[in-house]
Structure formats: structure tokens, C-alpha cells
Design a protein around this ligand. Structure first.
Ligand code: C2E
Ligand code: MG
Ligand code: MG
Ligand code: MG
Length: 279
């Protein structure tokens, strides 16, 4: 009987509406258990020095190894996690796992380099983010210069609070990068008010760098301006040799993109670094 009435309730809604909202609820519910069940996994995308072509860092990117749905990319669950607040727990796990992995690579004798971790603005709302990060570094034994935090531009934030957090993190020796630079609401505001070490030029500007003269001008101007402010520049989403040549000509510092490597499991990074080390 209960089942029957449940079935009838569904008729009240259009099929697509009930499906998508049920899907969202189900995913949100499953996310709560995913951490304990160790269903999240980090892949790492190499970052290269543009002049020498050597690997100088990796970005940690989370995936959800769902027991039934398979590998779910972050674009499909991070927005939901932000909405429900679960991003704080997921973010805590990502931070600790990335630091643990980076320390393990160093202990295995691989050349040390920073790991970049994406932070949600939600994580700044927590009390004492810098203290939390310090605890993770202590627990994992990773030195602060081998951690870089990526923040994105957003309209909804308490500038004074975020600024205090970033200053505390910078004073600890941790690197700060602005992710997706140029797509947000307050790019220049960030540069003016926050202690930024590095800009990541969003891949939407890099994509048509060779065909679209205004994209080319914008990218060249971002690089020049950042350098005048003593800020390093990395280009995201580099997929072709031509894009790389343009960036090299304009003295971009680093690059990241499918042209060299997509995000890969940690063991692939070990192979890449191991062979680079032996050479
Ligand atoms: P993001 O931080 O800007 O990361 C770069 C994204 O671009 C990654 O997608 C990467 O796979 C993709 N990408 C890299 N090179 C290329 C390229 O040459 N061409 C193209 N078309 N794409 C490229 P992914 O891994 O799906 O991550 C998407 C977004 O999800 C990230 O964008 C980031 O905003 C978010 N994200 C991932 N992991 C985390 C996390 O641990 N915490 C938080 N808060 N957000 C995360
Ligand atoms: Mg990022
Ligand atoms: Mg990005
Ligand atoms: Mg991006």
C-alpha cells in the first residue's frame, strides 16, 4: 500500500523533473558515505616550466569512483557538494591526501615539487583555515613550500576575512594561485588585495590564442601585467604546439594541458618523474 501511494505521488511531477531532482538527492546522500568508503581518488596533472620543459609541479584533481556509476568527474559533483556544504569534508580529504602523496613521492626519492590543491570558497568560511592547513602539514610531514593552494574568483565573499586567511597561509610559506584567471568578477581586485604568487590563465583564453587577435592581446597583457607585479603565470588547457609557442614567445612561465598530459593516477606521475630523474 505504501509503495503504491509512493508510485502515485510520482505522477504529480513531470518525468524529467522528478528524475533530475531525485538524482541530485541520491548523489548528495551517497556523497556523505563516499568519504568513509574511500570512493574519492585524486588524479594529478603535471605542470611544466615553459623554457626548459621540465615538470615543476602537479595539480591534484578529485574524482569519485562510484561503485555503480563508475568514475564521476568533479564537474558533476563539486557543484552539488558546494551546495550541500559537503565540499568542506571532501576538501579536507583532498588536502590531506595530496600532501600525504607528495611527501610519499619525496620519500621515494623523486625530485621534490609543489602539489596544487583546489580550494572552494566555502572552505574559507570555516574557522581558522590556516590552522587547519598547518595541522595537515604537520601530520603529513610535508614542508609548506611544496603546497600551493588554488583559489577562484567569486562575487560572494568576505574580502577582509579571505585576505586575512591568505596572509596567514602566505606567511607559513604556502603558495597561492588564482585559478581560472579572467573569468571571474574581480580579477584585478584579487591582485590588488591578496598576496598572490601565481595566476592561472583560464583555458577559454588559451584555446583560440592563434585565431582570435583579442584573445592573443588579452593573454599577452595578462602575462606582462603579472610580471610587473612580480606574479608568476601558468597557462591552463594548452593543447597544441602553436599555443605553446605563443606562450613561450610572450614569456609565460609555466604550462599545463592535454598537449603534455591529462590528469593521471599517482603511479603515472611516479613513472614520469622516475624517468626524468634517471636521464
Ligand atoms: P580547474 O581547477 O580549472 O582544473 C583544470 C581542469 O581542466 C581539469 O578538469 C582538467 O582535467 C582540465 N584540463 C586540463 N588540461 C586541459 C586541456 O588541455 N584541455 C581541456 N579541455 N581541459 C583540460 P577536471 O579534473 O574535470 O576538474 C574540473 C574542475 O573541478 C576544476 O577546474 C576545479 O574547479 C574542480 N575541482 C577538481 N578537483 C577539485 C577539488 O579537489 N576541490 C575543489 N574545490 N574543486 C575541484
Ligand atoms: Mg585548479
Ligand atoms: Mg583552472
Ligand atoms: Mg579552468
Amino acid at each position: 500500500r505504501v509503495k503504491e501511494s509512493g508510485k502515485n505521488d510520482c505522477i504529480l511531477y513531470s518525468e524529467s523533473w522528478s528524475n533530475s531532482s531525485l538524482e541530485r538527492l541520491t548523489l548528495q546522500h551517497e556523497m556523505y558515505r563516499a568519504i568513509q568508503r574511500q570512493e574519492f581518488v585524486l588524479h594529478y596533472q603535471p605542470q611544466y616550466d615553459i623554457g626548459s620543459g621540465t615538470m615543476v609541479g602537479v595539480e591534484a584533481l578529485v574524482r569519485w569512483k562510484h561503485p555503480i556509476r563508475g568514475m564521476i568527474p568533479p564537474g558533476e559533483f563539486i557543484p552539488l557538494a558546494e551546495e550541500s556544504g559537503m565540499i568542506v569534508q571532501i576538501g579536507d580529504w583532498v588536502l590531506e591526501e595530496a600532501c600525504r602523496q607528495n611527501k610519499a613521492w619525496q620519500e621515494a626519492g623523486l625530485p621534490p615539487m609543489p602539489v596544487s590543491v583546489n580550494l572552494s570558497l566555502r572552505q574559507f568560511v570555516q574557522h581558522d583555515l590556516a590552522g587547519k592547513v598547518a595541522k595537515v602539514l604537520e601530520k603529513t610531514g610535508l614542508e609548506p613550500q611544496y603546497l600551493d593552494l588554488e583559489i577562484t574568483e567569486s562575487m560572494t565573499m568576505d574580502v577582509a576575512h579571505v585576505s586575512r586567511c591568505l596572509i596567514a597561509l602566505t606567511n607559513m610559506g604556502i603558495g597561492i594561485s588564482v585559478d581560472d584567471f579572467g573569468t571571474g568578477y574581480s580579477s584585478f581586485h584579487y591582485l590588488k588585495n591578496f598576496p598572490i604568487d601565481r595566476l592561472k590563465i583560464d583555458r577559454s583564453f588559451v584555446r583560440d590564442i592563434q585565431q582570435d587577435p583579442s584573445d592573443a592581446e588579452i593573454v599577452a597583457a595578462i602575462i606582462a601585467m603579472a610580471h610587473n607585479l612580480n606574479i608568476q603565470v601558468i597557462a591552463e588547457g594548452v593543447e597544441t604546439e602553436g599555443q605553446m609557442e605563443f606562450l613561450r614567445k610572450h614569456r609565460c612561465d609555466e604550462m599545463q594541458g592535454y598537449y603534455w598530459s591529462p590528469p593521471v593516477p599517482s603511479t603515472n606521475i611516479e613513472q614520469m618523474l622516475g624517468s626524468a630523474y634517471i636521464q
